[in-house]
Design a protein around this ligand. Structure first.
Ligand SMILES: Nc1ncnc2c1ncn2[C@@H]1O[C@H](COP(=O)(O)OP(=O)(O)O)[C@@H](O)[C@H]1O
Ligand SMILES: [Mg+2]
Length: 417
């Protein structure tokens, strides 16, 4: 049928990938979506959906070969990006960076080793593979354990004292595919994120964000419920981050690719937590477009195709915030939004992630987000007060008609900038 069109294989049918599929169709591709779920939200936008796991590299390779793909791509899903790059590399298709770089930007142990080798400020760490041989005597508590490769922050646990060490270490090793983990010093401070596009080897800063953590009493894991965009940073803090981005890009040979850096500003300055050579998922593409006018989905395609990009990002005069909506364990029905919120301009948009009948688990993970809303304002106070009004004007109903929204997730009193 579409025999004359080049084939693009897209890994993952997430919300941002709707835009990816549309863009590829406009470029003249016939799109084939690989996603493990039966009805991922981007499915209606794909030419064909094949229900397989995007993490199954051999299967992805086989499909790409069988379909004679000319592009294998993913824009903003951590492990899927790595697989897209490595399959494309094997098939001689265009890809932004080689799989060796791909491993450093997705494996926390390799990343920590890379940062210490290249003088990028990051907290001290030890590698662990065996719980009988853990030596953290060079580190200062509190610590944090992380599997070197897992996803959705699984196994990332703060360790307040020595009696928690073995349990967390065991958990992190078990959840790591390579059975390796990192234990590093926990840094107290403000968490920030920076999105760059490396253009001809030069990282251009698109936007910054301040990450809003879920209080630990609501969830012992290390989750956020949204961000403020941009973050309130000094010029010298921004310069330091740009310098770090330069070191990462030049040392890894990243020429044309997104680059995301996550850091904490602690007492001793900026400490990089992790970085990735892709854009963030969720609402990132939408907020970056609203705030800076840059289409990151198009940039991510350009990065795969080695197309030249002209990146002009305007400084935003507004502050944006996305706030994820969580439900308690239930069978989800819908989010009910008071009309006035939209009509009176309190929220810019509300977006429901789950469909009726989906079951919501007990744990707070990114999979338990039932939706999200975006607000904007000319200063942080306006944004915060809009968020409060919005939260009061929303309900999350289960199939029995009970309000199951989790409101303990949001932290306001402690928030300060
Ligand atoms: N050294 C650290 N000090 C303080 N908090 C940390 C540290 N490392 C990670 N975290 C917290 O844990 C979260 C998840 O860790 P991260 O390394 O970003 O892994 P991932 O995003 O893959 O789950 C971070 O966003 C941060 O909130
Ligand atoms: Mg992270």
């Amino acid at each position: 049928l579409n025999i004359n069109k080049p084939i693009a294989v897209v890994l993952g049918g997430t919300y941002p990938h709707i835009k990816l599929l549309r863009n590829l169709a406009e470029r003249g591709y016939h799109t084939i979506l690989i996603d493990y779920y039966e009805a991922p939200c981007a499915k209606p936008y794909a030419g064909l959906h094949i229900q397989e796991s995007t993490l199954d590299r051999e299967r992805v390779l086989q499909i790409a070969k069988m379909q004679n793909a000319s592009l294998v791509i993913s824009s903003c899903i951590d492990q899927a990006n790595l697989i897209a790059c490595s399959v494309a590399e094997e098939l001689g298709l265009p890809h932004p960076y080689n799989s060796q770089t791909g491993s450093v930007v997705t494996n926390k142990l390799l990343m920590k080793e890379f940062m210490s080798k290249h003088g990028i400020p990051s907290s001290r760490f030890v590698k662990i593979t065996d719980i009988h041989e853990i030596n953290v005597s060079a580190l200062r508590y509190p610590l944090i354990a992380k599997p070197s490769d897992s996803n959705s922050s699984k196994g990332v646990e703060k360790i307040d004292s020595a009696d928690q060490l073995i349990e967390s270490a065991k958990n992190a090793i078990a959840l790591s595919r390579s059975k390796e983990a990192v234990i590093e010093e926990f840094v107290e401070g403000r968490e920030i994120g920076l999105d760059f596009y490396v253009n001809c080897g030069k990282p251009q800063l698109l936007i910054t964000k301040e990450r809003r953590k879920i209080p630990r009493k609501a969830d012992p894991a290390q989750q956020i419920y949204g961000c403020f965009w941009p973050a309130n940073l000094t010029a010298s803090q921004v310069d330091e981050c740009i310098e770090i981005a330069n070191t990462i890009a030049s040392s890894l040979g990243i020429d044309n690719s997104p680059l995301m850096i996550q850091a904490i500003i602690g007492k001793e300055g900026i400490r990089v937590i992790e970085f990735a050579a892709r854009f963030g998922g969720g609402e990132s593409f939408k907020i970056i477009e609203l705030a800076s006018g840059v289409d990151i989905i198009d940039l991510s395609i350009r990065s795969f195709l080695h197309e030249q990009a002209s990146v002009v990002s305007k400084a935003s005069d507004l502050i944006y915030a996305e706030t994820f909506i969580y439900a308690e364990e239930c069978e989800f029905h819908r989010i009910l939004v008071n009309n006035a919120l939209v009509n009176e301009g309190i929220v810019d948009c509300v977006h429901q992630y789950k469909s009726a009948g989906m079951s919501i688990g007990e744990k707070l993970t990114s999979n338990n987000r039932v939706g999200c809303f975006i607000v904007s304002g000319s200063d942080l106070n306006e944004v915060k007060s809009k968020i409060k009004i919005a939260l009061n004007g929303m309900q999350v109903f289960d199939v029995k008609g009970c309000d199951r929204m989790r409101r303990d997730v949001y932290r306001f009193e402690e928030e300060s900038q």
